[in-house]
Design a protein around this ligand. Structure first.
Ligand code: G4P
Length: 509
């Protein structure tokens, strides 16, 4: 219980959405509230665009900046908030799914005009599976959106979650007048084109029959709001926070991120009820977040953040104890002790070397090739954190080396990029053909670009007619051996070891 006060202070979460719903805009507004950035546009200009590869590349060129936005730490009302960014594009969904293993809760942004979209559906499946607490922000209320009752029904049915309205909108589009805060009993007024600042647009209306309501929003809308609130109170009552924490109920807020409207209500509720770091499962036992001994896992690796230094950063989520600079930790998979002299934190304005960090925190560890995604560090105990997903690739392409002088660089690049989890690398039986497997087309373009930019290796990809890669396992070792393409396994094992892979793997045409 040594670090209870530090743990209580922390909330680690991710914002997720279908591309264009407003994730970046909302992130930026939250950072503005936290004082982590001073001007609007600071996050947006660095965001990873989702539409065109060229945009992505352009951003990758400024990678030093964009990584600063992949974890953002800021303080708001004595709460230390770790916000993890997730790429919106479906081709990078693997990265998003892994990031979701490192958070304790999620804010889901939904576009009020488009409602539930593809990517939202997929992400919610993962969130529901893990029972991660979720808050919903219905964005773009300043545009003519769907009827709000229909929208709530759509979200509940499509995402299979139960919602609990925390604010309620008065109209939408050009008639949008604001939201009524159902818990604080306050009317938050919207004036198009102005940005909400602190409390100045909030009118406290504890009794909705008050004439102030009619005065502020007009008789007709006041009457509708009274009816709506009566109905909502009747149906939903008060939020049961335990149901939110167990992932069974999702509080929902309405607003307009670009106008910084409805965001404060979301953030204030978030710091009040969102979970602090929770206990986590390993392959041997559940680790209590209050344990004194440090443990945690790597959920993301990014190579060559700074092209001049050729370093890799492993993003490490602390799950228990206190992480200290220069202290030796046990790398469970490699069975060796390592220490970190320059661990980073991700305070939004700068990347600072950190002396110590606590559960919920993400630290960036300089890596010289020791880490793979999912690796666990402990103070000696042998366990590893479970639940970090791996994906079966769906598109396979042969790597054609266009510059034989750069073969070594290519090999290194392929190994490092596959360690990052961007793609999987296979060699085909009976040859030396290198095959890259990914879940999305866009990743091939990113790999090709990064191999050239970061390793000087020029490649071309030839599409292959494979659609699945399977791990072949059997309790009967002899059966596995017989199934294996090279019966004595020698040659194949050597090849796989050289590629940093373990266990027999086969690409199935
Ligand atoms: P994403 O990260 O989820 O992909 O979405 P992002 O925040 O980039 O927002 C997508 C677009 O939606 C942006 O417009 C943004 O300004 C707009 N947007 C965000 N919140 C609101 C809102 O509350 N109301 C309205 N009407 N629009 C909103 P864009 O034209 O793509 O970019 P930009 O020109 O603003 O840079």
């Amino acid at each position: 219980m040594k670090y209870a006060a530090e743990i209580e202070k922390r909330k680690t979460f991710a914002i997720i959405s279908h591309p264009d719903a407003g994730k970046t805009t909302l992130t930026e507004k939250l950072l503005l509230f936290g004082g982590a950035i001073q001007t609007a546009g600071a996050v947006k200009s660095n965001k990873i665009k989702k539409h065109a590869t060229s945009d992505f590349m352009e951003i990758e060129r400024q990678r030093g900046i964009s990584v600063a936005t992949s974890v953002m730490t800021f303080e708001y009302k004595n709460t230390l908030i770790n916000l993890l960014d997730t790429p919106g594009h479906k081709d990078f969904a693997e990265d998003t799914y892994r990031t979701l293993t490192a958070v304790d809760s999620v804010i889901l942004v939904i576009d009020s005009v488009n409602g539930v979209e593809d990517q939202t559906r997929r992400l919610m499946e993962v969130i529901s599976m893990r029972k991660t607490p979720v808050m919903v922000f219905v964005n773009k209320m300043d545009r003519d959106g769907k009827n709000r009752y229909d929208l709530l029904e759509e979200i509940e049915n499509e995402l299979k979650i139960q919602l609990h309205p925390m604010t309620w909108p008065i109209n939408s589009g050009k008639d949008f007048k604001g939201v009524y805060d159902l818990t604080q009993k306050g009317l938050v007024l919207f004036t198009a084109g102005t940005k909400q600042t602190d409390d100045e647009d909030i009118v406290e209306i504890s009794d909705l029959s008050s004439a102030v309501l009619d005065e502020k929003v007009g008789d007709k809308d006041a009457a509708t709001l009274r009816e709506d609130v009566e109905l909502i109170d009747g149906v939903y009552g008060e939020l049961n926070v335990d149901e939110y924490l167990s992932g069974d109920k999702a509080p929902v807020f309405f607003g307009s991120a670009v106008n910084n409207f409805g965001v404060k209500e979301l953030l204030d509720t978030f710091i009040n009820i969102a979970p602090t770091p929770r206990n986590r499962n390993t392959n041997t036992r559940s680790v209590n977040v209050q344990e004194d001994k440090m443990s945690g896992f790597v959920f993301k690796i990014h190579a060559n953040l700074d092209p001049k230094h050729r370093d890799r950063i492993a993003f490490f989520r602390i799950c228990s104890g206190r992480f200290e600079r220069n202290k030796y930790y046990h790398h469970v998979r490699l069975d060796k002790d390592i220490r970190f002299s320059n661990p980073y934190t991700f305070l939004a304005r700068s990347k600072d070397v950190v002396e110590d960090a606590y559960p919920g925190d993400i630290v960036g560890l300089f890596d010289t090739g020791n880490f793979k995604i999912g690796d666990t560090l402990t103070e000696g105990e042998n366990f590893f954190y479970t639940g970090i997903p791996t994906f079966s690739p769906e598109i396979f392409k042969e790597v054609v080396n266009k510059d034989p002088m750069k073969t070594k660089q290519l090999e290194k690049g392929l190994l490092q990029l596959t360690d990052e989890g961007v793609a999987q690398l296979f060699t085909q039986h009976g040859g030396n053909k290198k095959i890259i497997g990914c879940v999305g087309e866009l990743q091939f373009e990113v790999i090709q670009y990064r191999l050239l930019q970061e390793y000087g290796a020029s490649v071309q990809f030839n599409t292959l007619p494979f659609y699945k890669a399977c791990w072949i396992t059997s309790k009967d070792r002899e059966k596995t051996r017989r199934f294996h393409p090279l019966q004595n396994g020698q040659h194949c094992r050597r090849q796989r070891r050289a590629l940093g892979l373990s266990g027999p793997k086969r690409v199935v045409p």
